[in-house]
Write a protein that binds this ligand. Sequence first.
Ligand SMILES: [Ca+2]
Ligand SMILES: [Ca+2]
Length: 318
Amino acid sequence: MRPWIGVHDGNFPTFLVGQPASTGVQHIAEDGVTGDVTNVLPPPNVCKGLASVYSPSAPCMFEIFNNYANHGPQATLGNPTRPGKTLSTVFQLDHKNANNQYLSYLVMIVPSNDAFFGTDSVHPIRLFRNGRFNDGEGPIHFIVFGSDILDAGTEANDEGANGQMDTAFLNQKVNGTGTHPDPADPTVHKHPGFIPGGPILTGCNMFGGTLNCFFNADFTQPGYQVSEVTIEVVTGSVDALIALLNSLSLDSGIAQSLSAKLQNAKTMLDGGDFNSGCGMLGAFGNEVSAQTGRMIPGGTAASLLAALSDASQADGCN
Ligand SMILES: [Ca+2]
Ligand SMILES: [Ca+2]
């Protein structure tokens, strides 16, 4: 539910198994509260002012991340998300920016007291290497299994068994209620799974006018798939340049040569190979410059070079 995703320099601390969770991770694991003020659906999702066990002055993940000196963009996606649904977002990153090199994420499991998954402090996802996305290996893709689910250790896993109303998305009415910390283990640890025959595995709730039941939520089953994650390069910066070139009436030999360079650059950039793609854009610029006033009129060349500058900037080539 409501994944938090942030891009940074590789040193942003999220959590460590065996150590107590931060308040920010507690907010995410117990209530899916990431502090994204753009999230307007109930429960109120702002970092501060939660009427709960949390200290009003304690920073939530969103603020911790913004206060981290070497951060890039971050995002919070959606709200309660049903199985099979896809969430996505696009970040504008610069492969040369030291604060755009790694990605971390944290996701709450609902319903639960404090089940979550994500990247720990020492294993953020490396995005760029040698000027290439994923070192030129294509999209980053992986499956999160039930065995990857963690318990934040911040709340007892009562699941409302004794009339408690503490389990988010099942019966909890107010964020932050529950027995804190988890008496079973107050540190982040592998989640033991939901209580067999307990309120979650036998329960249902109404949300958004739909009855949701959780009979298949035993993620301790072998091979249980929780989530599928894909991180890939999205470009398009060269498309405008290609369209401009195609709209011109240049000498066919020159046009073919320039078009080939742009198609190659597009292929390289789409594949995340920024060094080669930027080099190819540079070769395109050199050819345009060399032909300016010869096979390419000066005004036309200026238009191409301006569009090239935009494309180069969008892909961090400058
Ligand atoms: Ca717990
Ligand atoms: Ca709770």
